[in-house]
Design a protein around this ligand. Structure first.
Ligand SMILES: Nc1ncnc2c1ncn2[C@@H]1O[C@H](COP(=O)(O)OP(=O)(O)OP(=O)(O)O)[C@@H](O)[C@H]1O
Length: 249
């Protein structure tokens, strides 16, 4: 089993930026000196290897998997176990076995934080995880759009029903602020993250703006330290550490 604080990044809807947030948060925590492992549990829609640009595959030792070290974090993803970009066509029980495999057959060692990138919604993997990791804490990602908030609330309610602690809300794609302009555009509406936080009785930890993808695909915190997103993610990581320390599990 995993030895360390486990934080599941979850959402209701797909495409709200869960994987992007998981990767950047993991890197930010590591930049603050924490030992961090990132587990991509989005088995059907894994994207962490691509976001991080990881080309190498895990090695094995005594029938156990050695996860891939990248920058200053340790990573495992379904994408490492497949050849090419083929689809995963599995049913629920096989997914459960895969989660066991990722937790029990990988040499993780002790970590300060395990960041789990979950698939969207409240399906088999989320349910399995709730049973396998009762002390897991959850961070919910939404956009400001009312529809995204509405579905994210269900993910939050599932967390509560299974006694998982929600450590906070992240509002991604909050606004667009064009460079060299004082204007701010709220393309997907305004206030959704705060509304969700109030409904679930938790805190809005970050508003992350819409940015153009980096030409080289680098996630935000790998680019210059004074980049706007790097500061936002570092402050998010600091708040998260604080909130997790306050929660007794
Ligand atoms: N703040 C942002 N600004 C601009 N683009 C973003 C932002 N956050 C995420 N994206 C882009 O939106 C798309 C979806 O992001 P991502 O894959 O992280 O979402 P997800 O919630 O994990 O999706 P899925 O549920 O399909 O796994 C990606 O192309 C990503 O680069």
């Amino acid at each position: 089993m995993l030895s360390g604080n486990v934080i599941a990044i979850t959402s209701g809807k797909g495409g709200v930026g869960k994987s992007t947030v998981a990767v950047n948060l993991a890197l930010s925590l590591a930049n603050l000196g924490k030992k961090v492992a990132l587990i991509d549990l989005d088995i059907y829609g894994y994207s962490v290897p691509k976001i991080l640009g990881i080309k190498s595959k895990p090695k094995t030792m005594n029938n156990k998997i050695i996860p891939v070290g990248h920058e200053n974090i340790t990573v495992m993803s379904m994408g490492f176990l497949l050849k090419g970009n083929g689809p995963v066509v599995w049913r629920g029980p096989m997914l459960g076995k895969m989660i066991d495999h990722f937790f029990d057959d990988v040499i993780w060692g002790k970590q300060d934080y395990f960041i789990l990138d979950l698939p969207p919604g409240t399906g088999d993997i989320a349910l399995d995880l709730h049973h396998k990791l009762p002390k897991c804490q959850e961070l919910i990602v939404t956009t400001p759009h009312p529809n995204a908030v509405h579905v994210a609330e269900r993910a939050g309610m599932m967390a509560k029903q299974t006694n998982h602690t929600i450590v906070g809300i992240i509002e991604n794609m909050s606004y667009f602020a064009p460079p060299h302009s004082n204007e701010t555009y709220h393309l997907f509406g305004k206030g959704g993250g705060q509304t969700l936080a109030e409904r679930l009785g938790t805190e809005l930890l970050a508003n992350i703006p819409i940015t153009n993808p980096q030409e080289n695909g680098d996630p935000a915190v790998l680019i210059t330290e004074d980049h706007q997103l790097a500061q936002i993610y570092n402050s998010l990581a600091e708040k998260l550490i604080q909130n997790i320390n306050m929660v007794k599990v």
